[in-house]
Every structure is written in structure tokens, then in C-alpha cells.
Write a protein that binds this ligand. Structure first.
Ligand code: GLU
Length: 434
């Protein structure tokens, strides 16, 4: 399968060279293969999703017309537990993207050793063009379409790009009506009132911060002397920036789909957060703080900083720009932001990359805590959640770092080896039915 597909334009104006994320994930798996002695037959299982569903989602628009959207839910693996992974609403969603994201969820849950397999869902749509009512109808109809697949012990969705606690609330309500009983554990990332967990909204950003601090500490670097650029200012990017700034880091670059900004003296992140809380579409466009200059959108990746946090979409760091990246540390808040080719280029330049399946695992780890609380009907204090989250991520970083050092391989390869071996072992222990 070719990695480089074709150039396409995503509604919303972003022209990009489409890199096939599933081909990208398979390439990553090929590199793991050389590091393990997993039998050939098991590899054939690991390379494909267990189940992939495509659904059509008709929605009555506010003007009375009907628009039919396409959605997906992919269950990549249930070997280690129920499938787990978010749902994204984005014009760039494809069947292969959802497959890749479901695969990455599988390795992610295994690296941090929580009892889940991996899954993912998506709907091809541009949520900025939909009213709240239209979004609600889209979400509810999509829930009905994937209802045969999801369930607390089967497959548990969560928020992802352009979805949030409100989306999860609509899903839990629709699923509850369809099943005739309360099903809080069918999704995570819900509002607190419906069984959500304290700390879940911040959890992915918090995990990014824990991973970033862990690397700085290992490299003997001082966080207060660290300059950070963050690509993406949604849930992951904004909270990572806020928490790292609270630790003393200087956030000197930020961006989102609407624009990119540079502030050499460091952004006042709380001020930026106040701005996007009320700006059109919650976007950065028009932000104008002290000492802030607007830059070209791609430039946020190549600023002169110590640490780069890509927290937007896949395939942002590619063979085209890898050479120009000046950060010595990359902490991947997004899923799949770095292509395998870019990985090689950055590896040769000794850039340290904390891979997505470890760095952004804070979200799903906290989802796991939410699910446990739903099963037990017993909510935790936020402090307990944050403490346990940090513990799991620090332990996982330690395991990955130790393996990488022992074998002389990258953190990404080490994380994949750990995750994939755990999944392979679960498959082998279960045996092949019948
Ligand atoms: N969407 C998040 C991720 O990519 C969270 C998934 C979850 O909590 O299930 O890791």
C-alpha cells in the first residue's frame, strides 16, 4: 500500500498531501517485527482490524433538507479487553484513517497496560458547518447505527477531534433509550452529572505534561529554561500548554486551523484560553496579546524551541519539514503526527520523540478510571485520578525508556515493541477459535 496517496483539499480550505495513516501504521509494525519473534500467523492477525463497520447517517438539516453522512466504527483488537477509542468528526475522516487510529489505540492501551483492546470511530463531516441541533441529530443517528457494536464490555467510545463531553452525553442518552436501562459505562468523557470522571477533560494534556517532565528530567534539563511550541490548540494542545506553563516552561509558539502565533517572551496561556473561550469557533484567529506576532501556519513546527508538541492531526511532521525542525524533543500529543520517513530523519539528528501511544495516553488512562467508577458506581476524588494517572504514565515511560536504552532503539520502536508483544501474547494465550 502506498503511503503517499494524492493531493486533496479538505473543505475548510486546507490543502494537504494525503498520507495514508493505515499504511503508515503498517510500516511502523514492520519495524517492530524485526525486534520480536512473534510467529508469522500472529502477525497476520495484528496487521488487520477484527471488525470494521461503515454506516450511513441521514440527518435532517435545519432548513428541512436531508443530508447523508458516512461514518465508521473500527474494532481493531479485543484480545486484551473491550475495544476502546474515541469518535472524531472531521471532513478528512477516511476508512483507513479510522483503521489506523483504532490500531494505535490498541498499542496505546497495551503500552500503558490497561485492560482494553483498541477501537475508533469517525464521521466525515465539517462540524463548523453544522448547528448544535444538527450535530445532536448526527450524533444520535450515528449512535443508532453503531449501536450493535458498542457496549460497556464490548466497545467503549470517547471524545476525539471535534467531539466532547456533550457528544458523549448524547450518545449515553441515545444508547440508554435504545437499551431501556442506564448504561453510563458505554462511553467515557461524559459530563460529571452523567457519570463522568473528575479530571477527564484535562487528562490527555496532563499526560503530555507528565511525559514532557519525565524526559526533561532524564536529560537533566530545567523546565523553567524550556521553550515550547504547541501545534493545535484544542483540548490536548491548550491544556498541555497551560499545565507546562504552570510548571515554568515558556510557551513561545501556538497554532490552530485558524492561524499560528509566536511570542518569544512566552504566551500568557490563561489569557489565550480566555480569548478562545469566547472567540468565533473557539479559534485563535485575531488573538493579539503582548509581544505576539502572527506567523505562517507551518512555521509553528520549525520555531527555535527546545520542545515541540504536535497536538493536531496525523502526518504533520513529514519528510518535507523534518529537516527544518529545530526542537530537540518532540512530545506527540496528537495521534500519528510524525510519518515513518520523518521519524528516520529526526532519529539521525538525535531528536528525542516521545511517541503518541505513550505521550497522549493520559486520556484513555483516565477513561479507564471513569469506566471503573461507572462499573463500581463509586466516584473518585480528582486528586486520586491525577495521582494514579501520573503513576501509570511514569511507570510506562520508564519501561519504554529502559527498553530503548537496552536495545539501542528509538522510544517509538520500544513503545511499539512493548505494546505489540503484549497484544500478541494475549492472542496466543487465548488461542485461535475454533
Ligand atoms: N481520543 C483519545 C485518544 O486518542 C481518548 C480515547 C479514549 O479515551 O478512549 O487516545
Amino acid at each position: 500500500m502506498a503511503i503517499q496517496d494524492k493531493t486533496r483539499t479538505i473543505p475548510g480550505g486546507i490543502a494537504e498531501t494525503q498520507i495514508n495513516p493505515y499504511a503508515m501504521m503498517l510500516q511502523q509494525l514492520d519495524m517492530v517485527r524485526e525486534q520480536t519473534d512473534i510467529p508469522a500467523g500472529i502477525w497476520e492477525i495484528l496487521r488487520r482490524p477484527e471488525r470494521a463497520l461503515e454506516v450511513s447517517v441521514p440527518v435532517t438539516r435545519d432548513d428541512g433538507t436531508i443530508e447523508v453522512f458516512t461514518g465508521y466504527r473500527v474494532q481493531y483488537s479485543s484480545a486484551r479487553g473491550p475495544c476502546k477509542g474515541g469518535i472524531r468528526f472531521h471532513p478528512g475522516v477516511t476508512a483507513d484513517e479510522v483503521k489506523a487510529l483504532a490500531g494505535w489505540m490498541t498499542w496505546k492501551c497495551a503500552v500503558v497496560n490497561i485492560p482494553y483492546g483498541g477501537g475508533k470511530g469517525g464521521v466525515i463531516c465539517d462540524p463548523t458547518r453544522l448547528s448544535r441541533g444538527e450535530l445532536e441529530r448526527l450524533t444520535r443517528r450515528y449512535t443508532v447505527a453503531i449501536f450493535p457494536l458498542i457496549g460497556m464490555r464490548r466497545d467503549v467510545p470517547a471524545p476525539d477531534v471535534n467531539t466532547n463531553s456533550q457528544t458523549m452525553n448524547w450518545i449515553v442518552d441515545t444508547a440508554g433509550l435504545l437499551s431501556g436501562e442506564a448504561v453510563p459505562g458505554i462511553v467515557t468523557g461524559k459530563s460529571l452529572e452523567l457519570g463522568g470522571a473528575l479530571g477527564r477533560r484535562e487528562a490527555t494534556g496532563r499526560g503530555v505534561m507528565v511525559a514532557a517532565l519525565g524526559v526533561l528530567q532524564r536529560l537533566g534539563m530545567d523546565v523553567t529554561k524550556t521553550r515550547v511550541a504547541v501545534q493545535g490548540f484544542g483540548n490536548v494542545g491548550s491544556i498541555s500548554a497551560q499545565l507546562l506553563a504552570q510548571c515554568g516552561a515558556r510557551i513561545t509558539g501556538i497554532s490552530d486551523v485558524s492561524g499560528a502565533f509566536h511570542c518569544p517572551r512566552g504566551f500568557e496561556i490563561d489569557d489565550v484560553l480566555r480569548y478562545v473561550a469566547t472567540s468565533p469557533g473557539h479559534l485563535l484567529a485575531g488573538y493579539n496579546g503582548r509581544g505576539v506576532e502572527e506567523i505562517k501556519s507551518d512555521e509553528v513546527l520549525t520555531l527555535d524551541v527546545d520542545m515541540l508538541i504536535p497536538a493536531a492531526l496525523e502526518a504533520q511532521i513529514t519528510a518535507r519539514n523534518a529537516q527544518d525542525i529545530r526542537a530537540k524533543i518532540i512530545v506527540e500529543g496528537a495521534n500519528g503526527p510524525t510519518t515513518p520517513e520523518a521519524d528516520l530523519i529526526l532519529g539521525e539528528r538525535d531528536v528525542i520523540i516521545v511517541p503518541d501511544i505513550l505521550a497522549n495516553a493520559g486520556g484513555v488512562v483516565c477513561s479507564y478510571f471513569e469506566w471503573v467508577q461507572n462499573i463500581q458506581c463509586f466516584p473518585w476524588e480528582e486528586e486520586e485520578t491525577n495521582q494514579r494517572l501520573a503513576q501509570i504514565l511514569q511507570r510506562s515511560l520508564n519501561e519504554v525508556w529502559t527498553l530503548a536504552e537496552k536495545r539501542g532503539i528509538s522510544l517509538r520502536l520500544a513503545a511499539f515493541v512493548l505494546g505489540v508483544e503484549r497484544v500478541a501474547s494475549a492472542i496466543q494465550l487465548r488461542g485461535i477459535f475454533p
